[in-house]
Write a protein that binds this ligand. Structure first.
Ligand code: T4K
Length: 423
């Protein structure tokens, strides 16, 4: 934790030059927000009393009812993860052939398609919103396209109306990966009921978590029934299997965590908002850095603090991250290098980068910074002070020189070849 603010008047005050890091304990992007432990343990006690641990238990039903009502959607089917929820949604919709999605997303969006035998086709993004660009979607439509899988990246709503128009024109499905967007709205409407269905994630790193977990939310009764069947091996009753299902069930202990954290979301959003405002106030006066802002007219969870470096900034994005890591600020390069540059997609589409110039550009410039209840406004101000120091043009050469000379500051990740092809 921060004991006192570290003065960073000069580059030599930075940890990369040997001074103590600004933070004794690492600040993470995605540190879990946890509500009342007492309430959680009470719920878990009742789970043991009932000796009903999973398979559509009472806490899962309560959790689903709460989420559906909060999102104003008819059905919520809770699952063991957001990725499994995506796969079940894709399969329940009966999709075939190609599905268009952004490359600039977490790899699970693409993998869910590939895992279901669908072909992911990557569209470019709008650099202003980081969301999928409808014009690029249009360019990717083929006779094999069966759906568009858009992502509400950082919780900022994807361009629903334009995407829906394309889907109607080509008679294809539209669904959303809403893993980042719980509690957010688009055009004043709560995200959760757009398209054929939307998929949520309650992973530990999400602002609202159930340890692991996810959900398919939809207003379509038939789709909801199919998703429920598929979540439980396809069983429609004892000994009666209707389809190729899987085990996508959320256990009771996860629902207990979800219900407990649901009662706490206002506190988490307030903490996220305060941190967001402190970052916004601090970053606004730093040339070469831009904070991705949230539309105040919409509901926001302020879960991701995303800054972009531009050519005015004297250090590269990776150099910024290296300096922050040395200060124990575990800033992230989400979602570098883009799904198209990861396997197996890199091998499938070796020239994809040329078709995705805005994805490549944004992915090379984004830094995601820590927030959540584990991070205080004072800690945000300390991070901003570090950014102000490294933004001074006269500091760039000594910092770069120092980073180049010390191997301990280098990134170790590289994109590896497709191991299946290599073996
Ligand atoms: N679609 C989108 C758009 C998504 O962003 C995601 C998940 C999905 C679909 C799939 O949903 P799930 O199947 O996961 O429900 C993390 C999360 O694992 C992933 O859920 C999330 N997106 C993604 C954006 O972030 P990593 O690889 O960055 O996680 P990791 O292990 O590096 O953790 C992040 C930080 O959080 C670390 O610095 C440590 C800290 N942490 C993590 C955990 C798990 C903790 O302090 N405590 C913890 O318990 O992917």
């Amino acid at each position: 934790m921060l004991t006192e603010i570290k003065e960073v008047n000069d580059y030599s005050d930075l940890a990369v030059f040997g001074s103590a890091p600004a933070f004794r304990e690492t600040l993470h992007v995605g540190r879990p927000n946890v509500g009342s432990r007492e309430q959680f343990f009470e719920r878990v006690d009742r789970v043991f009393d009932r000796n009903w641990l999973t398979n559509d238990g009472p806490l899962v039903k309560e959790f689903e009812a709460k989420i559906a009502s909060f999102l104003n959607v008819r059905h919520c089917i809770a699952t063991c993860s957001g990725t499994i929820a995506l796969e079940i949604a894709l399969r329940s919709l009966g999709l075939t052939g190609e599905v268009i999605l952004p490359s600039y997303t977490f790899i699970a969006t693409a993998h869910a398609l590939q895992w279901q035998g669908l072909t992911p086709v990557f569209a470019d993004i709008d650099p202003k919103t980081h969301n999928i660009d409808p014009n690029s979607v249009r360019e990717r439509i083929s006779e094999r396209t069966s759906a568009i899988l858009a992502v509400h990246l950082w919780g900022r709503g994807a361009p629903y109306e334009e995407l829906q128009a394309i889907a109607c024109e080509h008679n294809i499905k539209l669904l959303f990966d809403a893993a980042h967007a719980f509690g957010c709205s688009l055009g004043g409407r709560t995200i959760g009921s757009f398209g054929a269905c939307e998929v949520l994630s309650f992973h530990a790193t999400k602002f609202f978590n159930s340890f692991e977990g996810g959900a398919v939310v939809t207003n379509d009764d038939a789709l909801a029934s199919e998703v429920r069947l598929m979540r439980n091996f396809g069983f429609a009753g004892l000994d009666n299997v209707m389809s190729v299902g899987t085990n996508g069930k959320m256990p009771e202990v996860c629902a207990a965590m979800g219900l407990t954290n649901f009662d706490n979301i206002d506190t988490v959003i307030a903490a996220n908002r305060a941190n967001y405002e402190a970052y916004r106030d601090g970053v606004s006066s730093i040339p070469g850095l831009t904070l991705c802002t949230y539309d105040e007219a919409e509901g926001n969870n302020f879960q991701y603090i995303v800054i972009e470096t531009d050519e005015q900034f004297p250090l590269s994005r990776d150099e910024v991250i290296q300096v922050l890591h040395a200060e124990n600020v575990n800033a992230r390069r989400y979602f570098w290098p883009g799904c198209h540059s990861m396997q197996p997609y890199q091998s499938m589409y070796p020239n994809a980068a040329q078709l995705l110039p805005r994805t490549v550009d944004v992915a090379n410039r984004v830094v995601v910074l820590p927030t959540g209840t584990a991070v205080s406004v004072e800690q945000v101000q300390q991070i901003v002070a570090i950014l102000e120091c490294i933004a001074r043009p006269e500091n760039a050469d000594p910092i770069r020189d120092r980073l180049n000379k010390s191997l301990s500051f280098q990134f170790k990740q590289t994109v590896k070849p497709d191991i299946r092809k290599a073996s």
